[in-house]
Write a protein that binds this ligand. Structure first.
Ligand SMILES: NC(=O)c1ccc[n+]([C@@H]2O[C@H](COP(=O)([O-])OP(=O)(O)OC[C@H]3O[C@@H](n4cnc5c(N)ncnc54)[C@H](OP(=O)(O)O)[C@@H]3O)[C@@H](O)[C@H]2O)c1
Length: 274
């Protein structure tokens, strides 16, 4: 794992994408997961490393859990500290991942921020942060990955050319007071996924989204006990979601079992949205 603010391994020009390098063994895949320092992103990174992927991730801060994961899977984790709002840094990160691992096969656009508050009193800075990180940051990351998918040979002759999973939220479709701007960014990602799936499907690239219900992570830590009880009460499966509930879906959507699945949003909320 790179050290804090260790900087990129090397920079690349915007127009430069990399074809495969001799260091990549046939069939080895690399998955980019944004926001892998904690919460869902960390859990996804853990699962994908277990299944044999090399994982590249970024976040603004490091974490002890990610350091431990990188130590356990020595040489198979690439981490950079960067802000998803910095498009140049995101572009360099994808280039550095290719420099290190030879290729990129899957992209899980997971990093996001949620500023809760009623719209009438919400500051421009909070609106900008959510639009910039959740929407533009994710789109720029996916654009860089798609460029790479198009430039490189497939990991195996019968493998797809690449896959993308956008991490949305049930609030995009269901709504929730205090989360209108956050929901707008997530609804934007779902529309983005549907359109992009049609655009790049003919090139063998799949694009899907997952829409989790509330999960017990830092992002939902502000949920009051009464809101938590209300959500559990109206959820047919009778509990809040756990990151493990979402990880399985992302494992599926980035795996060979989903070879004919694209343009879909999979809601994972214990049946609450039904
Ligand atoms: N938790 C829920 O109830 C819930 C429900 C539905 C959907 N989701 C979605 O699931 C995804 C993961 O959420 P989570 O609950 O795991 O959140 P989390 O625990 O807050 O983790 C967010 C991750 O994204 C990174 N991140 C945030 N802002 C960033 C930025 N500007 N640049 C780079 N990295 C950034 C964080 O690291 P740093 O802070 O160090 O940058 C962290 O690694 C998000 O897309 C979220 O919208 C969550």
């Amino acid at each position: 794992m790179n050290g804090p603010r260790s900087g990129p391994v090397s920079n690349r020009d915007q127009a430069t994408v990399k074809s495969d390098t001799p260091s990549t063994a046939v069939g080895e895949v690399t998955t980019i997961v944004s926001g892998g320092s904690r919460g869902l992103g960390l859990a996804v990174a853990q699962r994908l490393l277990q299944r044999g992927d090399r994982v590249a991730t970024f976040s603004r801060s490091g974490s002890a859990a990610l350091v431990a994961l990188a130590a356990k899977h020595s040489g198979r984790v690439h981490h950079e500290q960067l802000d998803a709002a910095d498009s140049d840094a995101v572009r360099r990160f994808v280039g550095n991942t290719v420099d290190r691992f030879g290729r990129v096969d899957h992209c899980v656009a997971n990093a996001a921020v949620a500023a809760e508050g009623i719209l009438a009193t919400m500051a421009d800075a909070d609106i900008d942060a959510m639009l910039t990180v959740n929407l533009r940051g994710a789109i720029v990351l996916v654009r860089e990955c798609v460029r790479q998918f198009l430039a490189q040979p497939r990991s195996l002759p019968d493998a797809g050319a690449g896959s993308v999973v956008m991490v949305s939220s049930v609030v995009a479709a269901r709504g929730s007071p205090g989360l209108a701007v956050y929901a707008a960014t997530k609804a934007g990602l779902e529309g983005f996924a549907r359109c992009l799936a049609r655009e790049v499907g003919p090139r063998g690239i799949r694009v899907n989204a997952v829409a989790p219900g509330f999960l017990a992570t830092d992002l939902s830590a502000t949920l009051s006990p009464s809101d938590r009880e209300r959500i559990v009460r109206r959820t047919p499966l009778g509990r809040l979601g756990d990151t493990a509930d979402i990880v399985g879906a992302i494992d599926f959507l980035t795996g060979p079992g989903a070879a004919f699945v694209t343009g879909q949003t999979l809601t994972i909320d214990g049946g609450g949205a039904a």
